[in-house]
Write a protein that binds this ligand. Structure first.
Ligand code: XIL
Length: 365
């Protein structure tokens, strides 16, 4: 090993010690008795996170920290078709009801995620649903689920991930079973049905890969905006855009102007904007965890500095709260086997630099 690398390692180590000393010292500028939801509230924003019924139920420490930090809860999986629909005729609301009750008891707002998606469908779906009965299945699902919790849901992700320019259609729509059976009208049908079942909920179109300055993300921004424009032109009751924001500390950067212009165009349609699934992949970062944490925190800061300049943004939601429970453990594992660290709290439920960055951004941007 060259002495250059040795020197670099030493510098990494030394700076790491320094950073952790500063982090744990009394030099903290914010007020540690406040939580993320409090910083957000000072700026008229909602902060919250996605999680599972099972984590909240069996991990009391996590549940306590969740309620401390969050003002809004998103069922990460428990409201999806494959969790709710054991058979084409039936619903199993056990876990969903538990979450609705948990939110009520702890004064958390609740998002519904998600009514129409091409993923997370039950095993019976492919054999059962066809062009003749697709509309009936879609409206029955929405009427039953949205109707059951009417008045209790802050916002519904009515349609999730309907855009995929790579599928080659002029309109940029993803080719899904819903599109194949019902045409583009499936989107409109879903929004109109949801609005009738719960007139109070904010109805959201949710999608990913809208943030970066790459041709792929640009194509997705264009297709998303076009879709929202078509829906608004037809008076479809869409109320908000959800920007997922699964970011990657090792990827291309943002272009503030392009992202802000996109968001302004969305806002000009009269829509609110929610950051719905924020997390930062640290897979490609080689440094020790203290540096990974800094790189991840920087991405949180860079992204939020851009998006929070847009007044139409009403909420920032991370996809998980603590590194103890993150989908990225499985979906973006690290080659070195180290724990992934994409979220505001570490595995011990302690705030990381990302937490501090979030607190600051939520409060001041
Ligand atoms: C993910 C969950 O986090 C995982 O637990 C599950 O196995 C797969 O789905 N976009 C979405 C979310 O809209 O529903 C996905 O959630 C992550 C990507």
């Amino acid at each position: 090993m060259s002495s250059k690398i040795d020197r670099r390692r030493f510098l990494f180590w030394f700076a790491g010690v320094l950073a952790s000393t500063i982090w744990s010292s009394k030099s903290w500028a914010g007020d540690r008795s406040l939580f993320l939801k409090d910083y957000a509230a000072k700026n008229d924003l909602l902060y919250g996170a996605a999680t599972l019924h099972s984590f909240l139920r069996r991990d009391k420490d996590f549940a306590r920290r969740f309620v401390e930090e969050c003002a809004i809860l998103v069922p990460e999986n428990d409201f999806k078709w494959y969790k709710l629909r054991p058979t084409p005729q039936s619903f199993d609301f056990t876990k969903a009801d538990w979450l609705v009750n948990f939110a009520e008891v702890h004064d958390l707002k609740l998002r519904g995620h998600t009514l129409v998606w091409y993923q997370a469908l039950p095993d019976w779906f492919a054999a059962e649903v066809n062009a003749t009965n697709a509309a009936e299945h879609l409206t029955n699902h929405i009427n039953t689920l949205v109707g059951r919790y009417a008045g209790k849901i802050h916002s519904w992700d009515v349609v999730n991930e309907a855009i995929e320019p790579k599928d080659g259609r002029d309109d940029g729509l993803r080719i899904t079973p819903w599109l194949k059976y019902l045409g583009e009208e499936y989107i409109e049908l879903a929004f109109r049905t949801a609005a009738a079942a719960d007139p109070q909920a904010l109805l959201t179109y949710n999608d990913y890969d809208l943030a970066y300055d790459t041709p792929e993300h640009e194509a997705r921004r264009t297709a998303t905006l076009n879709l929202l424009e078509r829906l608004k032109a037809k008076d479809v009751p869409v109320g908000a855009l959800g920007m997922q924001a699964h970011l990657d500390a090792g990827k291309a950067r943002f272009n503030a102007k392009k992202l802000q212009r996109f968001m302004q165009n969305v806002a000009d349609l009269g829509l609110k904007i929610l950051v719905t699934e924020l997390d930062v992949v640290d897979r490609s970062l080689e440094a020790p965890s203290i540096f990974r944490d800094r790189a991840v925190a920087n991405i949180y800061r860079e992204y939020l500095e851009i998006v929070l300049t847009q007044p139409a943004v009403i909420a920032v939601i991370t996809w998980g709260l603590s590194d103890r429970y993150t989908w990225l453990k499985k979906f973006r594992p690290r080659d070195d086997g180290a724990y992934v660290r994409p979220l505001p709290l570490d595995r011990d439920l302690q705030p990381k630099l990302a937490w501090k960055t979030l607190a600051h951004a939520l409060r001041y941007f």
